[in-house]
Design a protein around this ligand. Structure first.
Ligand code: HBI
Ligand code: FE
Length: 300
């Protein structure tokens, strides 16, 4: 999350402009489907294959069900229109094409109106394993499958509205952490799985390395989800997470969605932020990390 637009997005906007693609005031464009190259489709195909094979047994069933119900293509970058034909009747959500990270307010406005902004362009073949910005694979494959699940869909909608209100109240860091530790890097309890957890967060689901690490590594903490605890916890944007928060089930997010955030944000306004790797006496610890490979600075 950044206040200003990244250099990459500015470059993308310029590129779109020069290509004659009209960008609207809400940063959306029509998905330029004929601008994908054979290399773009090949990258999609490769990432899709690699992740679906790896995710078997590691990701929660609701995610795989979403991939199947949305008919997400294994072969080529999906047309957003075809995704929306399945998505919109199911939960009222639709995806819209954007040039990349959009300003916070723009992003929350979209979520509050059940529109998920999806970066339209694909990463290059030499960026399969790591990319700092979201691309189409992260946004579409990572985020969209759960939007066909009503409970998760309602959570994202409530989140957008709360974040919009919070950004007026200057409480955005608290809400950004909630997004990070649920939507991007959330784990969910699954008794028969390694460490009793499966994956649902988009940042994990779209990453080969973190798919394995978040579920199986001994290094990170895995703590039971607690709304206030999460909102006070800093996070990492440059390394795998030091701590993952584990929800019992998606109903737990439904309860979060019904929270009255205003009093909570007021209460937490002066609370000290916790380091990404902290474990408190009050935490429900699922696994305590060995801290192997942790960097000592750089929490956001
Ligand atoms: N824009 N396209 C896009 N995708 C995001 O996930 C996103 C964004 N802008 C802002 C933003 N996220 C953050 O403010 C949230 O992660 C809290
Ligand atoms: Fe994301």
């Amino acid at each position: 999350c950044s206040k200003t637009m990244s250099a990459a997005v500015t470059a993308k906007l310029k590129e779109q402009f020069e290509a004659g693609l009209e960008t609207r005031a809400d940063f959306t464009i029509d998905q330029p489907i004929d601008r994908y190259s054979a290399a773009d489709h090949a990258v999609w195909r490769q990432l899709y294959r690699r992740q679906t094979a790896l995710l078997e047994g590691r990701v929660c069933d609701a995610f795989l069900e979403g991939v199947a119900r949305l008919n997400v293509s294994a072969q080529s970058v999906p047309s957003f229109e075809s995704i929306n034909r399945q998505l919109k009747p199911a939960t009222g959500w639709e995806i819209v094409a954007v040039p990349g990270l959009v300003p916070d307010r723009v992003f929350f406005e979209h979520l509050a109106n059940r529109r998920f902004p999806v970066t339209w362009w694909m990463r290059r073949p030499d960026q399969l394993d790591y990319l700092q910005e979201p691309d189409c694979f992260h946004d579409l494959f990572g985020h969209v499958p759960l939007l066909i699940q009503p409970i998760f869909a309602d959570y994202m909608h409530a989140y957008g509205r709360a974040a919009l209100a919070a950004s007026d109240a200057g409480a955005l860091p608290l809400l950004a952490r909630l997004y990070w530790y649920t939507v991007e890097f959330g784990l969910i309890r699954a008794s028969d799985s390694p460490n009793g957890v499966q994956i649902y967060g988009a940042g994990i689901v779209s990453s080969r390395g973190e798919t394995i690490y978040s579920q199986q590594s001994a290094a990170p903490n895995r703590l039971a989800f607690d709304l206030e605890r999460v909102m006070c916890t800093r996070y990492r944007i440059d390394t795998f997470q030091k701590t993952y928060f584990v929800i019992d089930d998606f109903e737990q997010l439904f309860d979060v969605a019904r929270t009255d955030f205003a009093p909570l944000l007021a209460k937490l306004a002066d609370a000290p932020a916790l380091a990404a790797g902290d474990v408190l006496a009050t935490d429900r610890v699922i696994t305590r990390g060995t801290q192997e490979g942790w960097k000592s600075d750089g929490d956001i």
